[in-house]
Design a protein around this ligand. Sequence first.
Ligand code: FBP
Length: 548
Amino acid sequence: MKKSALQVARAAYQPKLPQALQGPVKAVAGAATQSVGNQEEIKAMFPNTYGMPVITFEAGEAQAVEPFGVGIILSGGQAPGGHNVISGLYDGVKSLNPQCKLYGFLMGPGGLVDHKYVEFTDEFINEYRNTGGFDIIGSGRTKLEKEAQFESGIQILRELGIKALVIIGGDDSNTNACVLAEYYAAKNYGVQVIGCPKTIDGDLKNEQIETSFGFDTACKTYSELIGNIQRDCNSARKYWHFIKLMGRSASHIALECALQTQPNACLISEEVEQKEMSLDDVVTYLAQIVADRAASGDNFGTVLIPEGLIEFIPAIKKLIAELNEVLTDPATGESREFAGAEEQIAFVKGNIAPENLAILNSLPADVARQLCLDRDPHGNVQVSLIETEKLLSRMVATKLAQWKQEGKYAGKFSAQHHFFGYEGRCAAPSNYDADYCYSLGYNASRLIAAGKTGYMSIIKNTTAPAAQWIAGGVPITMMMNMERRNGAMKPVIRKALVELDGAPFRYFAAHREEWAKTTSYVYPGPIQYWGPSEVCDQCTKTLSLEQN
Ligand code: FBP
């Protein structure tokens, strides 16, 4: 593989590890845990993996370890740092015994089911250290949830002598990891399952998980781009830039980018829902900002829009909930099959309540169409395919035209549109993500050696220097509650949405009026890998506000 000069220099970077992982460890167990909700139901569904304690690693005595095999899977959307989780795990298992083997299952969970794998070697791993992407083994969204898949998996795990499987994924994939851990434990198959918190969306976090990996690098990449656009915007002074940002559901990415770049407006889906805003309320809010700036002679600006916005507008949320039910076959719990998109849309329209049909019909045709079409394998609307940035700017233009006729507005409105998502998911990991991910992977090897299953690898205290980071594991059942999915109640990891009483949102809310009126843009520039620590080693503003 031909490498850029940056890649060559970056390959030599040795990610930092917490002090506790720099030598032999002992696992210190805390008190028994409970799930965050529906405790009796979750306990009954996970009799072998419920209630386990949180684990913290401390310095311990070296012990001889027999060689063993480990398998790893990358699941779901790409996130910067995945390769470092794998290299950390590789170095971790080799440090326990150089005869240990690490296998990667190809193209996501499907690789386990279909027995497609590679064995990692020093040479292979070294090619990918500190690089972005998931291309080392590829990723996929196959949902690992059926007994037949688990049974197919155990065959290859036994054949390869694998005693532990590490699944790198978001909330859905880690939920499935927990179901798999429980299944293998119940069957006494002797295979441990360990999860690892990944997603650029930043919504897999809680008391035990400070942040999901990739969020830091992705937000820094988007913020660089937004900063560049803002500088262009402030130079030409003739466009309003409508910028949609990834993050399927929660608005953490949009909020973090707003904290880094100080745009004129940033919508937060969770606030839109809490205030019960309609689509028209959202449009009026943005049009007012445009009109106020125009009154001061500024016919330019930037608006950040979270990808999942549409799902949080209460009337549309109700519509989507009914669409999800209608699109699921109650007999099988699987998605209904249709001959084509038109048949699917006609079926939906004929089977939803009149008030929801009215909402559907009131939406622009392209948005309505996307809402009626297929979900991803986890049952989510594919929000990345809905062009909310264009929808909103179109509606703002219409509102401003109306205000112009009424003599309430006299400015010029010309819009540009952007969608930042895929641009940041495979960026070379920032120092934070490079260190955090390597530590998560290395730490997973210690959870395996300690015989744990149904745990997620965790690294805490990450706003401190890496040596002071705290390594350990959290039982996945602790993060679960029951939620309605595809027409039935399911045990799932609770998603972390933006908390409106949390420090990051409060900081944003305290400053947004000023950012709307005055042009207070910040231009963060590109991620730096070498240089002063205050430039290279900063965590996200979200994390720093949350922790301090
Ligand atoms: P994960 O939750 O799997 O990490 O993926 C996040 C994400 O990047 C979302 O932000 C986005 O909505 C979605 O993946 C896009 O999915 P796809 O890669 O299948 O287009």
